[in-house]
Write a new protein. Structure first.
Length: 364
């Protein structure tokens, strides 16, 4: 075997501080409170966009100055899979829905047979002519649940085709889930963890650390995130750059990166409270887990352990903790960017300074 020249080996070898071969930094710590966890932890971000590290670090620094830090409230937790049944007409489809919902307890029992971690929470449906779309909603423990819900849905679909009169197989995936697509249904009903991260920053801290005012950030949020997104035709979404933080966090913690499509849907809210800044980020589609495919990779497992997401806890609590950390990380980066954009030239100056300098990889 021919040994490559040292210069080539140096170019192709992954840096020692990289997760998944992508430049990675642990930023923070971030102080987080709420109904899932009370912690102070650094967070890993795998990204080629080097200004993201200091940007998130600025939001994290503010969280540490506040007793409650960033408060994250998890309001829902469910993973979905939709299936398609075919009938002869809408009347037959409607009759099938009546029979389907009457079998809910039976379907819950079948679900438990597919996995000890899967529980059927709810069933929703839509009828389009002779087509019956059925959206199953499950809990999936500490797994993100892609395969778990598909396995359960496949079992339920087979059972329904066998036992419901006048229906036939359409598809195991019917796009009413909706997986890795930006849709209204996910924004409304949620998919994965639905969480809101919020912070209340005193006036002096807004001035000293963000170099702006609550009034300016509130007005920019209206003009940019709300009006601008409406003008662009955004779907159940009004934020500046949730996708940046989520992708970096997902890659570093072994998540399915394509889920940032629906994960980046969310709404930023800002309010001037007598000079203090109230700022929140609501993310209804955080799809992540602490076990399952990709989580046994050495760097990923080390990251999850360091984040405190491999502890002995009730089933699902490690994944819910991870979701809270993800939501808080999004808020840190969103807050910092919004503050920067209230000041002419600040955003571009930072990008130019960090991304055009030698190596463009900086500690946060």
């Amino acid at each position: 075997m021919t040994t490559p020249p040292a210069s080539v080996a140096a170019q192709t070898a992954a840096p020692a501080d990289c997760l998944t071969g992508i430049p990675t930094r642990w930023v923070g710590p971030v102080r987080i409170t709420g109904n899932t966890t009370h912690t102070q932890t650094r967070v890993p971000l795998a990204t080629y966009e080097s200004p993201l590290w200091p940007s998130v670090a600025r939001g994290a620094r503010i969280s540490r100055l506040l007793e409650d830090g960033i408060k994250v409230t998890l309001v829902d937790d469910r993973m979905t899979r939709s299936v398609l049944l075919q009938t002869v007409d809408a009347e037959a489809a409607y009759a099938a829905t009546v029979a389907l919902h009457a079998r809910t307890d039976e379907l819950r029992t079948l679900t438990r047979e597919t996995s000890r971690f899967a529980t059927l929470l709810d069933i929703r449906h839509e009828i389009i002519g002779p087509l019956l779309f059925v959206r199953f909603e499950f809990t999936t423990g500490d797994a993100s649940g892609h395969n778990m819900v598909t396995l359960a849905a496949d079992r339920l679909l087979t059972h329904l085709v066998t036992h419901l009169q006048g229906v036939s197989y359409g598809s195991i995936s019917a796009n009413y889930c909706t997986d890795k697509k930006a849709t209204a249904v996910n924004g409304i009903l949620g998919r994965g963890k639905n969480a809101t991260a919020e912070i209340l920053i005193p006036h002096a801290m807004v001035t000293d650390h963000l170099h702006t005012t609550a009034s300016k950030i509130t007005q920019l949020n209206i003009n940019k995130n709300l009006v601008g997104t409406l003008l662009a035709g955004g779907i159940r979404s009004a934020n500046a750059h949730y996708a940046n933080m989520l992708l970096a966090f997902y890659l570093a913690t072994g998540q399915d990166a394509a889920n940032i499509v629906e994960g980046s849907q969310g709404i930023t809210y800002a309010a001037d409270r007598d000079g203090d800044l109230y700022f929140s980020c609501t993310l209804p589609n955080l799809i992540l887990g602490t076990v399952g495919n990709g989580k046994t990779l050495t760097t990923v497992e080390e990251a999850l352990i360091r984040l405190g997401c491999r502890e002995e806890r009730p089933i699902g609590d490690n994944a819910r903790r991870l979701a809270a950390i993800a939501a808080a990380t999004v808020l840190c980066g969103e807050l910092s960017l919004m503050a920067a954009q209230t000041n002419p030239g600040e955003l571009m100056n930072v990008h130019t300074r960090l991304e055009r300098s030698a190596g463009a990889v900086h500690d946060a």
